[in-house]
Design a protein around this ligand. Structure first.
Ligand code: PLP
Length: 447
């Protein structure tokens, strides 16, 4: 206790308005639970578009976007104006008590946006994991079945069902079980690691023989590009086969677009690349440009399976989130951010491919991949896909931050650098960030 007071006093002596990162980190360690990990001991002061400043005034190019939340950048003027306007009228009534038009308008927009000819309906909640919880509730209500099939490496959140569906134990599931039952995982197809589409589909058939008959499976949950799992792209043929399996067994196909959504992959939703009509889609993160909002949109007959009162929540579909989301959708359309994602992704991939051909880095950049601006490089030792360079990846993230670039790692083996550049970033700042990354990696490997 006295230690905490000392640090606060130390802060005050430095100057009340400007505590140091170190002082705040010390207070954070005393006050915040260990389980809430942070990547960097840096505290944000302000941010704008693709730049963030910490409390000491240091500037960072932001290639993290608060984990895929800021496709429209920090504080896009249209988004802040829409939220301010909403805030001047009311911040909360609870949609289930006294509804508001922006929720309905956003539902109409999302219904029109999810591909496929079937009529669609939407429900809104607040967090990404909640969207997954609700998609599974709806699928169970519709099918009257218990089972859920998901994929290794998939990430779907930290709630009980979110964890159950997630296909990555450390750190997400350790110490938190037992999880809801009847959830099974098949391997996700990753050509770089020798898992073909055929092997993944065969594993699903094995689960249907060994663990649960398909007539008891309510939902299949899949990311069109795995996010936390390592930015592995589901081949269109794989998603088309999942569609066929779900159709032949009456299983609800849930596409988790939480990380891939809203222009990130060059389309509004990544599932558009495959031509598959989803049954349900979960969306969040860049949907509302930094305001907590998530959605489940899907075929109307499935969405209507839940009894009135079975879905919702006090803050579900907050008016501030709805105002932000409507402005985000307008901005993506007006500023052509889907096309911009392809340009930014092309710039990143070109630079990474050049790096991967240099004599110093040829053995360590094992793979460069991406869809639109959802790009990643996988770091390995001696060019071997089975020797993940997790320590190098961690060191690279830290060195980049020291040199003014925020970039994230991911992957079940912790050896993937992922790029989540705001789609509103200009060419100069993208090049600036890439130069910091290239120099940092070269210094770590060669130096
Ligand atoms: N689904 C996907 C694909 C995600 O990437 C995430 C978060 O990164 C989630 C669900 C869960 O999000 P949250 O932890 O914000 O609830």
């Amino acid at each position: 206790m006295s230690e905490v007071r000392d640090v606060i006093e130390l802060d005050a002596s430095i100057g009340a308005a400007r505590p140091s990162n170190a002082a705040l980190q010390a207070r954070r360690q005393q006050a915040v639970a260990r389980g809430v990990a942070t990547m960097l001991p840096l505290f944000a002061e302000r941010a704008r578009n693709a730049e963030v400043w910490d409390v000491e005034g240091n500037r960072y190019v932001d290639f993290a976007s608060g984990i895929a939340v800021l496709n429209t950048g920090h504080l896009h003027p249209k988004v802040t104006a829409a939220v301010s306007e909403q805030l001047s009228r009311f911040s909360h009534t609870c949609f289930q008590v006294m509804p508001y038009e922006s929720y309905v308008r956003l539902a109409e927009r999302l219904n029109a946006l999810v591909p496929g000819p079937s009529a669609k309906k939407t429900m809104l909640v607040s967090t990404d994991a909640e969207a997954i919880e609700n998609a599974i509730k709806i699928a169970r209500a519709h099918t009257r079945r218990p089972g859920v099939l998901a994929f290794s490496g998939g990430f779907h959140g930290r709630t009980m069902m979110g964890m159950a569906v997630t296909g990555k134990v450390a750190p997400y599931k350790i110490g938190f079980g037992p999880f809801p039952g009847e959830v099974y995982h098949a391997p996700f197809p990753v050509a770089y690691h020798g898992v073909s589409v055929e092997a993944s589909i065969a594993a699903i058939e094995t689960i249907f023989r060994a663990d649960i008959e398909p007539a008891r499976v309510a939902a299949m949950v899949v990311e069109p590009v795995q996010g936390e799992g390592g930015f592995y792209l589901a081949p269109p043929a794989f998603l088309q086969q999942l569609r066929r399996i779900c159709d032949s067994h009456g299983i609800v196909l849930v596409i988790d677009e939480v990380q891939t959504g809203f222009g990130r992959t060059g389309r509004m939703l990544a599932i558009e690349h495959s031509g598959v009509e989803p049954d349900l889609v979960t969306m969040a993160k860049s949907l509302a440009g930094g305001f907590p909002l998530s959605a489940v949109t899907g075929k109307a007959e499935i969405m209507d399976a839940a009894e009135p009162g079975g879905l919702g929540g006090t803050y579900a579909g907050s008016p501030l989130g709805c105002a932000a989301a409507l402005a985000v959708l307008d901005t993506i359309e007006r500023e052509g951010l889907c096309a911009r994602a392809d340009v930014i992704g092309g710039m990143i991939k070109d630079r990474l491919n050049v790096l991967a051909r240099t004599p110093e880095l040829r053995q360590c950049i094992g793979d460069v991949r991406g869809l639109g601006a959802m790009v990643a490089m996988e770091l390995v030792e001696a060019g071997d896909p089975d020797r993940p360079a997790a320590s190098l990846t961690k060191e690279l993230v830290l060195l980049c931050a020291r040199r003014g670039l925020l970039v994230l790692a991911c992957g079940t083996r912790g050896n993937v650098i992922r790029f989540l550049v705001p789609l509103t970033a200009g060419d100069a700042i993208v090049e600036e960030g890439l130069s910091i990354l290239a120099q940092a990696l070269t210094d770590l490997v060669a130096g």
